[in-house]
Design a protein around this ligand. Sequence first.
Ligand SMILES: [Zn+2]
Ligand SMILES: [Zn+2]
Length: 360
Amino acid sequence: MSNNNHDELANQFHSDMLNIYKEAKKINYTPTAFLQMLTKQNGLIVAKKLINSNQPSTGFSVLWDKKRLDLTVEALVLKVEYSTLFSKEERQTAKERLMQYGYKNVRMNEDEELITAGKIKLPKLVFSSRAREYNFYSEEKKDSIVYEYLFNSMSHRGLDENVLMIPVEVRTGHESMNILHFIGLRDIHKGIFKDYSIEQAIKRLEHQEQDFSIVTQSLYRLNKEINGTLNDILNSDIDSEKAEDDSYYKDGAVNFYYGKRYERNPENRKKAIEIHGLNCFACGFNFEEIYGERGKGFIEVHHVSLLSTLVEETIINPEKDLVPVCSNCHRMIHRKKDNVLTIDELKEILNNKRNKLPSF
Ligand SMILES: [Zn+2]
Ligand SMILES: [Zn+2]
């Protein structure tokens, strides 16, 4: 690269550095010292100083706090267009710092990422020899403890109470603590995977010099379980949606079904609305109130009675058999095809939830 080009690029970089100041001000952070540095020295020199210092700058911490690591000098340095301005080591340092603080948008290829992941050393495991609690609890409980501790920073007491279900009056946190200590996890490990996905955490653990396999195995089990559970839920939801079509039951596997076709019949809908109005019977929702003109006159209609035959047309009594419900409530009512809820059952769920919310 000719000197000319280099100077041009450095100038562009300098104005991008000034831009950081402007953007930071927009989020109520005024990095005065940073601006002062830029008035005395070229942005490139300032950036190199900041990168090569052992500690992240104050500005870096503030931006991390504001979840705006994209505005850091480190992130600017890593922009592809500026790659020629910095040495490989400088770029690597910037990457490592960003990754260490959980910034995910660092552009790297897979190899680089793995190297970096391995370079950021996780705190060493320090094993205790007390195995009593570890041997006592199920694998499932222990996996949850590992997860809540590393990803959600749950305290020992919180773990005793919420994972091990030890009553508040007697929980001390010691049960969970002894499990964690036995596998080497100490206070310093708490929350190290905040904002990580399980896959990302596994990747990091597998590239450590120290053997983290006890922890990794827990995460593998959890990952499998989460994926499995989610798949089951999705399949069951799709099946329930299908079950709302009359044709689903044509094999005669069930004796009773709910008459979706009656719910969809415009005449029935009209009569039900005339009788019952446009508010959801379960939660009171009114579409026009929330969606204005777009929601005017809209409500779904739910058929509350079981039907015993698919073939014969049943005469519907719109007053007794049909009720207006909002789309959310309607979906929840039908979500489990073998357990279609009554309006009262759904209301009870809603009430229980509401009672738990703080009152206003
Ligand atoms: Zn509703
Ligand atoms: Zn329905």
